[in-house]
Write a protein that binds this ligand. Structure first.
Ligand code: SF4
Length: 411
């Protein structure tokens, strides 16, 4: 918990550590944010202009981690909009993995045969600007009614090949204990469901959500695993460590997935400090994700060579289990971004092979005047390689939301 002098006057220490108080007092205007930091004119304009594109909310807890005067603060850059979100991009879509096409019922993604991702809610405590599910999180049409949850449970029950269910969203821990008990007891009644996993940023954005009552509930439904999502050492607070400790004491294994983000964590020192700090908290670094091709996130993406360089520099310089796997999610499954799978660079695309042998060419242009810290071999792009179309322009969804007449131009 922060020093009492930094807690806003209207909050008692008991309020501050109450997750419901934090949710009810989330910041969603530039004026409210100004209680914590000095928003720049660019941030103020972006908060207003991105309103119809992607919801914006910040917990007071996460806001108190921000540097008040530095707009390049890694906490600010993850969650405070900037006008870069409205700039040109190389993609014109919001669903690069075609999760919609892999959803047999609402919010249930069945991509791999033996497991599903069940987006039980579209609510999050804080909305990360690079979010993979930007198309749905915070959008009322993706919230689920009880009959829609039941339809997803019926689908899982009818498919005995599903042994692993990832509860995700949005953030599944925005659900209260009664709703979670309803869901977990029904999943546990399905014999072929062996493993239930949660994907949650609550230990990062709102660690007070990890209550004793929640941990008791999870412990009643083991095996339960949690994967959380720390991106920067500044997020490794005492409160976060205490939340992780409560989960571990309830017998819940905790892993972490990080997204590689330009100007936030795309250097060796930051990544080493983050992963060593996670290990000290008894959290296993699991994945480092290449940021996805979501329209309006170009300013946060890195060349794939940057991530491969970081992983190469970590090897031998820290404990092996402090080194995550660097991966890219593609419509053909996750691809480890190492030289066993990455074939080389074909101009603006990086060619790789997925686990089933499919060739995927990820659009990943090198910025002008950028000198990659390692060089991939130059390769030809085979005709059979699958890819996403590259376009240069303001994505349609963004242009229409802000009333911009500019359109995307095929590359
Ligand atoms: S917490 Fe997860 S689902 Fe929610 S906005 Fe952040 S990345 Fe997206």
């Amino acid at each position: 918990m922060p020093a009492p002098s930094t807690i806003p006057a209207r909050a008692t220490p008991a309020d501050w550590t109450n997750w419901r108080w934090q949710m009810q007092n989330r910041i969603h205007s530039a004026e409210a944010l100004a209680d914590w930091i000095h928003p720049t004119p660019d941030e103020r304009a972006a908060i207003e202009k991105t309103d119809d594109i992607f919801r914006w909310n910040v917990t007071p807890y996460y806001a108190h981690l921000m540097d008040a005067d530095d707009p390049s603060c890694p906490i600010r850059r993850q969650v405070v909009p900037t006008m870069d979100e409205l700039g040109p991009d190389i993609v014109n879509g919001m669903d690069p993995l075609d999760e919609t096409g892999h959803s047999p019922v609402k919010n249930l993604i069945h991509n791999y045969e033996d497991r599903v991702a069940f987006c039980i809610t579209a609510e999050c405590a804080v909305y990360c600007r690079y979010c993979l599910r930007k198309r749905m999180v915070g959008d009322a049409s993706f919230f689920m009614r009880t009959d829609e949850h039941q339809a997803a449970l019926d689908y899982i029950a009818a498919h005995d090949e599903i042994r692993d269910v990832l509860l995700t969203g949005g953030d599944p821990l925005t659900f209260n204990e009664d709703n979670l008990e309803w869901l977990l007891s029904r999943l546990r009644a399905i014999d072929h469901v062996e493993l239930i996993r949660f994907g949650t940023r609550m230990p990062v954005k709102l660690p007070y959500r990890i209550t004793d009552a929640l941990c008791d509930l999870l412990a009643r439904h083991h095996p339960i695993w949690v994967n959380t999502h720390f991106n920067h050492p500044k997020e490794l607070t005492d409160d976060a460590a205490a939340a992780i400790d409560r989960l571990k004491s309830a017998g819940v294994p905790v892993g972490n997935q990080t997204v590689l983000l330009r100007g936030i964590n795309d250097d060796v020192e930051t990544m080493k400090a983050l992963n060593e700090g996670l290990v000290r908290m008894r959290v296993r670094p699991y994945y480092l994700y290449q940021a996805q091709l979501i329209g309006g996130t170009a300013h946060l993406r890195t060349p794939i060579e940057t991530g491969m360089h970081i992983l190469r520099e970590l090897r031998g310089r820290t404990s092996g289990f402090a080194i995550p796997d660097y991966v890219l999610d593609t419509p053909h499954g996750k691809v480890p971004l190492n030289r066993s799978y990455v074939k080389g660079r074909a101009g603006d695309r990086v060619l790789m092979e997925s686990y089933d042998g499919t060739l995927w060419a990820e659009p990943n242009p090198l910025p002008d005047a950028y000198e990659p810290p390692l060089r991939l071999p130059a390769v030809e792009l085979p005709d059979e390689a699958d890819t996403l179309p590259m376009e240069r322009g303001v994505p349609d969804a963004i242009a229409s939301a802000v009333g911009d007449a500019s359109t995307s131009v095929p590359d």
